[in-house]
Design a protein around this ligand. Structure first.
Ligand SMILES: [Zn+2]
Ligand SMILES: [Zn+2]
Length: 185
């Protein structure tokens, strides 16, 4: 196995630490994407529950110029299990992702443009407005991770993702929607 294959395998077996509190199952990307390295996981609460509410902050409350249909949740994103009620953080872009990792090492804080605060809202199915979903998340890595690997400094490469994707499957109508739209992290 060469170095590139080893890294690709690492991403498929080692989830980023932001989802460490979940039980995770390797999953496939449900949409088309480019050939970048990726790490994809179906999340379950640590009670084993797979259905829950996806919590975050509606971007429309922070950016009033948003076009119709473009609303999504900004972070921190969390998952509230409907079986046991536990709320588990999925991602906080101030703390997770490539820029946050680099910033941490430089003693700063991450660079997400918007970050919500206060009481979060629950994502609604665009088709039936149900609030209960099963959640799959994907972390996409750009080729810069290979430069990090080449440093030989033992970077935790799985933390250096540049795109975070989330896929919520509605428990009522099975429609798949994307609650988040995080660009370059
Ligand atoms: Zn639970
Ligand atoms: Zn639905």
């Amino acid at each position: 196995m060469n170095e590139t294959e080893r890294i690709v395998q690492q991403f498929q077996t080692t989830p980023p630490s932001c989802i460490a509190a979940f039980r995770v199952t390797p999953a496939k990307l449900p949409i088309e994407w480019d050939q970048s390295c990726r790490s994809i996981w179906r999340l379950s609460c640590d009670c084993g529950g797979e259905r829950g509410r996806v919590l975050g902050y509606p971007l429309s409350e922070y950016n009033k110029d948003l076009p119709d249909g473009a609303d999504c949740l900004i972070g921190p994103i969390s998952f509230e299990c409907v079986s046991c009620g536990k709320v588990t953080t999925v991602i906080d872009t101030d703390r997770h992702g490539y820029s946050a990792e680099v910033a941490k090492r430089e003693g700063g804080i991450g660079s997400a443009i918007y970050r919500g605060s206060g009481l979060p809202a629950a994502w609604g199915c665009p088709q039936c407005d149900s609030r209960v979903f099963s959640l799959t998340v994907a972390f996409i890595f750009w080729d810069a991770v290979f430069d990090l690997a080449a440093d030989g400094l033992g970077w935790p490469l799985q933390e250096f993702f540049t795109v975070f994707l989330s896929f919520a499957q509605c428990s009522e109508c099975r429609q798949l929607s994307e609650p988040t739209n995080f660009g370059k992290l």
